[in-house]
Design a protein around this ligand. Structure first.
Ligand code: ATR
Length: 287
């Protein structure tokens, strides 16, 4: 049991809602394992209260924070500085408080890439399709473009949002296309892809029967990554596996964005295996 003292340092999670988040379990286990006198607490902050919550981080001397849905983009204007990758992505998921100055970082993009490479997929020279154009898709798109993908397609239910994200990526010297999720537009792009990433919320509990596209469009040459980790194996991932695709769940991205945040706050290497085991236990996987 954690002993909270008057010297204990504080790290916050700011989101709305936050009750589903596994980050408190993961980060508190990491702090304890590293012998750090730190505690990680989740706060449900409604959008109008976001500036007050950030002022509170400073006033109460929090060491830092994670930021989650729906605040990752809105938080930027209340920070004192934003590191260049987070500024380009337009989303911050980690804040470091140094002497009352709040700096924003994005560890989602790096976390995604690390988990992808750990699974055995190197995106350099590959064709990728990203389903979705929200906050998570933005981090994945900038990560893949920065890692030297040969071509990217952003496919989204709302075509306009896909077009906006594709336009923002044009400076990165990767051919980027945008389309909607309709068969005639998307199917040929999926069939030509080496990697398909589901960055929509389709399939997330409680709507576990939803899939972002028909599995019949996939083939066994492909890798399929689903950012959803609740459930750990979505219906889409299960169907992809059954078609012979190599599949990656969202747990790795959750783990490695958290590991990178841990290092930003503490300056120490994260105890990744401790954190992974906490996540596997919480999601009901055998360890
Ligand atoms: P996150 O931060 O998780 O990316 P978000 O910014 O709200 O969340 O983005 C959610 C994404 O999932 C969007 O691309 C959304 O599509 P729209 O832009 O058309 O809203 C997509 N999405 C959500 N539910 C979906 C569904 N049932 N089918 C397909 N796409 C869906």
């Amino acid at each position: 049991m954690l002993e909270v003292k008057s010297t204990t340092g504080l790290v916050a999670l700011i989101g709305y809602p936050v009750g589903h988040s596994l980050s408190p379990l993961m980060q508190n286990a990491a702090f304890a394992s590293a012998g750090l006198d730190l505690v990680y607490l989740a706060f449900a902050v409604a959008p109008p209260d976001l500036p007050a919550a950030l002022a509170g981080l400073k006033a109460l001397g929090f060491m830092g924070a994670n930021v989650t849905v729906p605040h990752k983009e809105a938080v930027i204007k209340y920070l004192d500085a934003v590191e260049p990758i987070a500024a380009r992505i337009g989303a911050v998921n980690t804040i470091v408080n140094k002497d009352g100055r709040l700096t924003g970082y994005n560890t989602d993009a790096g976390g995604f890439l690390r988990s992808l490479r750990e699974a055995g997929f190197d995106p350099a020279g590959k064709q990728a399709v990203i389903l979705g154009a929200g906050g998570a898709a933005r981090a994945v798109a900038f990560a893949l473009a920065g890692a030297g993908c040969a071509a990217l397609t952003i496919a989204n239910r709302t075509l306009e949002k896909a077009g906006c994200l594709a336009a923002e990526l044009t400076g990165l010297k990767v051919p980027v296309g945008a389309c909607n999720l309709q068969e005639e537009e998307l199917r040929p792009r999926i069939e030509g892809a080496d990697l398909v990433v589901n960055a929509t919320s389709a399939g997330m509990a409680p709507a576990v029967e939803a899939v972002p596209l028909p599995a019949a469009w996939l083939n066994s040459r492909q890798w399929v990554y689903d950012l959803v980790y609740n459930p750990l194996e979505t219906k889409f991932l299960r169907q992809a596996r059954q078609r012979g695709c190599r599949v990656i769940s969202g747990l790795g991205m959750l783990l490695y964005q958290g590991a990178a945040a841990f290092t930003l706050w503490t300056g120490k290497t994260a105890p990744v295996e401790v954190m992974r085991n906490v996540l596997l236990k919480a999601t009901g996987e055998p360890m």
